[in-house]
Design a protein around this ligand. Structure first.
Ligand code: ATP
Ligand code: MG
Length: 785
């Protein structure tokens, strides 16, 4: 006699099946990427429900991202008919929110409590400091924010923080005052969500016992990335044997992969895995070694790469899938060229009937997404950005755009309200109300009502209006780039975010806005010959390979009523509005997936592009100085590679316009850590060096970026678009020292030639038009005898 095998388990390998059907005891599943950890966890829930060991209300499952939680519920409802909506499946923050909403009275919160994001939190702290006359030189608000968030992550209230010196005492005092203010206003920050729900269960015996009785099974995915408080929080729901707070009958089922621990910078403790095994006396530890996700070329690349890390628990992964396509490597001249290449490859994949949602573009930091977004948008390819707002929807960008809109139209009340006190300039809610009253009574805009507001309120708001007037005046006749830079500086936006603890990324995004404007101007052809540039094409962000836009995004044609031409600023603002509006319409569509590597954790796609593989970017410059940082970057790269099922593309660019600067980048060291037999270089070797270039930056690139092992013979890519045949003639016909003639600029002398084929360009000193870089594939240069 053998018991009937549940169809849920029949498709699993023996280790997976064993994990799914473990008795209701604590267990750790430690296994590499794509080995089915999440599938095992989900199947275990289904199996527990199906075998009647527990009802839907008795299960709690914690995932890392909202997307992962959604996927888990979808998979679960496909496995068996169960109302997943009522089940406790979600992220830590999501479940904390749920708990606090359910017991808001016990947690001493109003039913309608609001959640502060990190930005709101900082403004709250600033307001507090002002009110208490805190010297912000001695106690910068962002430092206080860091102090408070750090304490909360450690599970410490103000009274619990050891105050050894005067300074800490003051910070602790402010921490207490901040908590009081939040309490008064009915708001909680992210750290508070976690800490408040932790305390709720810790201090409320009846409630804790209720949940401990209720959740017979607590399952947690991505366990390697839990921090101290999260682990402590879990322990309250299912306490380990012999630990004060309950006898603990709920079984904890933790799955994780130490090689995918990528949140150490936020306090994640891989050590929680070892603590868990010890504290819970875990008897069931299961390893899964079969990878079901990726073809072996991709898996080999991942295994080889992570083998360079020293601190590992050590696991093996194998696959029965065939070798599959090789991993394709592309080198681009510029980030624009990279994005263009990406678009061509994606189009080809779509032609091969790969669903767009099975194509993911991954990058190390959010600021990289803009160039990709623009290229996809221009190509008419629907896309969706995860783990971050779309570029033009980001708060800091919207603030900047609000200033720009006010320059165009002072009567734009929405923009007025958005920035009248942002960055904070001491204009209180009362003053704004007063202004709104006056405007309402007079039936005019806020801007026009300002002169009617008296007293201190009038002075403060008048100051803001005067500031706007200065910006408007100075923008007259200025280029779009200059206007934006002026606004970023003069409004105080850049300075404001520089002061913020987590403001670096916002500063970078604002600098990206300048880049966005520049390339917009270039594409729209506002007063410029697209083939002729005053500096090198890359530093101007122009891709010499890019085909001209078929349809302009915003129409710079003369206005029908006035005959006036739309200013670059007005055109850019409508571009920003249209682009974000248009994309909303694509929300439900089959769309290319864009996200950071962090946001891609746990997900999988048929085709994955990892872009920007350059030293300083990936591995990130902040993490390159020590071994721990570098190992974390390598784990991140391991996560990125292992997202791909069938096709993986890696790309790097020689130059990148990032944070308002052109960077000349070496290709990532990770390329040297991948096995050559898995790779296929799409770029002809001759384009990888930069022959004939004198500048030190380029020379350095060549010396350090050149691969030491022999280059594989370049073979044409499997699609023409990805590997244009080299055209040596065009680049070499024009040589340094030659006298040339250009239709528009007349006669000149060639100073230098760089690149090859379609990338070839020449620096020409024209007799009447100064020195320019010209893309030889676009500009017609005729040698003069
Ligand atoms: P990661 O570490 O990236 O989170 P994971 O270990 O959680 O990966 P899953 O996402 O659960 O892996 O599984 C990877 C892929 O392999 C999924 O598409 C899953 O459906 C598939 N898979 C897992 N186990 C099997 C199996 N026994 N037979 C067929 N496919 C499987
Ligand atoms: Mg997983």
């Amino acid at each position: 006699f053998s018991p009937p095998v549940s169809p849920l388990v029949s498709g699993l390998n023996p280790e997976q099946a064993a994990a799914v059907t473990l008795p209701a005891e604590h267990a750790l599943i430690l296994a590499g990427a794509g080995s089915g950890k999440t599938r095992v966890l989900t199947t275990r829930i289904a199996w527990l429900l199906q075998t009647g060991q527990v009802g839907p209300g008795g299960v709690m499952a914690v995932t890392f991202t909202n997307k992962a939680a959604r996927e888990m519920t979808t998979r679960l409802s496909a496995m068996l008919p169960v109302n997943v909506r009522g089940m406790w499946i979600g992220t830590f923050h999501g479940l904390c929110n749920r708990l606090l909403r359910a017991h808001h009275q016990a947690a001493a919160l109003p039913a309608t409590f609001q959640i502060l994001d990190t930005q709101d939190q900082l403004s709250a702290i600033k307001r507090l400091c002002k009110q208490h006359n805190v010297d912000d030189e001695r106690f910068p608000p962002k430092e206080l924010q860091w102090f408070i968030a750090g304490a909360k992550e450690e599970g410490l209230r103000a009274r619990d923080v050891p105050a050894r010196d005067e300074e800490t005492r003051r910070k602790v005092e402010l921490y207490a005052l901040y908590d009081e203010q939040c309490q008064r206003e009915g708001v909680v920050d992210f750290g508070e969500l976690m800490l408040r729900s932790y305390e709720l269960l810790r201090d409320n015996d009846a409630l804790r016992e209720h949940y401990q009785r209720r959740f017979r099974h607590v399952l947690i995915d991505e366990f390697q990335d839990t921090n101290k408080l999260q682990y402590a929080w879990l322990k309250l729901f299912a306490p380990p044997p012999l630990e004060g707070l309950g006898t603990g009958t709920g079984a904890v089922f933790a799955v994780g992969d130490d090689d995918q621990s990528i949140y150490a910078f936020r306090g994640a403790r891989v050590g929680n895995m070892a603590d868990f095994v010890r504290e819970y006396r875990v008897r069931h530890q299961i390893k899964l070694e079969q990878n079901y996700r990726s073809v072996s070329n991709i898996l080999d690349a991942a295994n080889h790469l992570i083998g360079h890390n020293q601190r590992r628990l050590g696991k093996n992964l194998r696959t029965d899938a065939g070798a599959g396509e090789p991993v394709r490597v592309n080198e681009a001249v510029s980030d624009f060229a990279e994005a263009q290449w990406l678009v061509e490859e994606i189009k080809a994949l779509v032609r091969e009937e790969v669903p767009r949602s099975e194509i993911a573009v991954l990058y190390r930091s959010n600021a990289q997404s803009r160039v990709v977004e623009t290229a996809l948008f221009n190509a008419g390819l629907p896309y969706r950005v995860y783990g971050g707002l779309r570029f033009f929807e980001r708060a800091e960008i919207k603030h900047a755009l609000a200033y720009l809109r006010l320059i165009e139209n002072p009567r734009d009340d929405t923009s007025f309200l958005r920035v009248v006190n942002f960055p904070p300039r001491g204009i209180g809610a009362r003053s704004i109300e007063q202004l709104q009253d006056v405007a309402r009574a007079a039936g005019c805009s806020l801007h026009d009502a300002v002169s009617a507001v008296t007293g201190r309120a009038g002075v403060a708001i008048g100051g803001f209006v005067a500031k706007m007037d200065v910006m408007r005046e100075r923008s007259e006749g200025a280029s779009l780039k200059d206007i934006i830079e002026l606004v970023l500086e003069h409004s105080g936006l850049i300075e404001h975010y520089r002061q913020e603890r987590e403001g670096q990324e916002r500063v970078e995004n604002l600098e990206e806005l300048v880049n966005a404007a520049e390339s917009f101007v270039m594409q729209e052809g506002f007063g410029r010959d697209a083939a002729a540039l005053t500096q090198s094409p890359a530093s101007q962000g122009l891709d010499p390979n890019a085909p001209p836009l078929a349809v302009p995004i915003a129409d710079p044609a003369p206005d029908a009523d006035t005959g006036e031409t739309l200013s670059p600023l007005a055109a850019f603002l409508s571009h920003a509005a249209l682009e974000s509006g248009d994309n909303q319409a694509h929300a439900g569509q089959d769309a290319v997936q864009l996200m950071t590597v962090h946001a891609a954790k746990g997900l999988e796609f048929d085709c994955v592009f990892i872009t920007g593989l350059e030293e300083g970017l990936f591995p990130h410059e902040n993490a390159m100085s020590d071994r721990d940082g570098l190992e974390e970057e390598r784990r991140l790269m391991y996560v990125a590679i292992t997202r791909a099922r069938k096709r993986l593309y890696l790309s790097h660019s020689q130059t990148r316009l990032l944070h308002g600067q052109t960077r000349y980048n070496l290709k990532s060291r990770f390329f040297d850590e991948l096995p050559e037999h898995c790779l296929k270089w799409l770029t002809p070797p001759q384009a990888q060096g930069w022959g004939g270039m004198g500048s030190a930056g380029w020379g350095g690139h060549r010396a350090m970026g050149a691969r030491s092992e022999p280059q594989p013979a370049w073979s044409p890519g499997w699609k023409a678009a990805s590997a244009p045949a080299p055209e040596p003639d065009r680049g070499t016909a024009i040589k340094a020292g030659m006298a040339v003639f250009h239709n528009k600029f007349g006669e000149g002398k060639v100073l230098a030639v760089e690149g090859a084929g379609d990338d070839a360009r020449a620096q020409v000193s024209f007799n009447r038009h100064g020195t320019k870089w010209l893309a030889l594939s676009v500009a017609k240069l005729t040698p003069i005898e």
